[in-house]
Design a protein around this ligand. Sequence first.
Ligand SMILES: Cc1ncc(COP(=O)(O)O)c(C=O)c1O
Length: 395
Amino acid sequence: MKLSQRITHLTEGGSDGWDVFYRARRMIDEGHAVTELTIGEHDIRTDASILEAMDLSARQGHTGYAMMPGTDLLRDTVAARLQTRTGVPTTRNNVLITPGGQSALFAAHVAVCDPGDVGLFIDPYYATYPGTIRGAGATARPIQTSADDAFQPRAQRIDAAADGAVSLLINTPNNPTGVVYSRTTLEGVAQVCQACDLWLISDEVYDTQVWDGTHISPRTLPGMTERTLIVGSMSKSHAMTGSRCGWVVGPEEVIAHLINLATHTTYGVPGFIQDAASFALNAGNLLEEEIAAPFRRRRALAMEVLSTQNTVGLVPAQGAMYLMLDIRATGLDGEGFANALLDTHSIAAMPGESFGTAARGHIRVAMTIDDDRFAAALTTICTYAAVLADRRAAE
Ligand SMILES: Cc1ncc(COP(=O)(O)O)c(C=O)c1O
């Protein structure tokens, strides 16, 4: 039987640099001790207070169908949070609650892309981006960034790729690079979106994980509120990856259509999950800071380890739970280095090539294991890279 092109062409097939990830998985399944630096998920679980709120809500009966756009309470809470943090007037009518940020990314693209349109995204990119754009029926077109420019997207390149495009997807703080986009970058992005009449889909799921600089939401920039769709999530800010709770924030008209989409796709998010999310968001900044603290600490540890050597370069580690390490001095690409690292030292890191072509010659390290093992693994990576670089110099 024939299947739709949309589903069979969702991903482009091939390993895309994920071989090392699956190899590490197999090694772990076979009982090998592997230091896992590939996973973008906290090494703590959802806070007990949030689970208690979830439990209470479920026991009070919030286990039936929930309201399609999200509960009034959670929509109001998300709106108030955004308004407080950005100054942009926001009400519940600007908010759709979704089953996680991934679902919000998909909904946002469905809202603005028609079949045949082009959806732009920035390379390096979070793994699901091209498939999400294709899933919405559009053609996914990457915009290159450069390691030497700290992977900041430049307006000129976006402008040059904008033919036929209706949307641009950006992500700050960024997965996989750990870079936070500067005001200058975002002003350039805003300018090109207005000049080329693009929707801006702004993935801000790491907005509570900023170690250096400030997170600026592009929705706050002049002329951008009406053309920006923000994607947010409880996954990273509150260690609630498994709860599947996120949102799209945007103009009322778009949200009204997206409520209709939710009615015909997800049929909403469980009420007890939404109540737990409302509780968590109203618990204040302290809880968010506590959840982000291990990454802040490990990022500082990494700066210490990396400062003692000069083989491995660090892309400015300003936010999110990842470090992007430049291993070009070894003469290997990211895939070659990551495979060799796994074989020789049983350390699993993601090759830069898993995230497109711009991060070739890099590896992404997730800061998601305990401090001591994390620092030890980084030291090993640096020592090993130095050995390879020396060997290369001697050839
Ligand atoms: C950049 C980025 N956006 C979106 C997501 C999706 O998050 P979730 O669907 O868990 O909210 C992730 C998850 O790792 C991510 O890294």
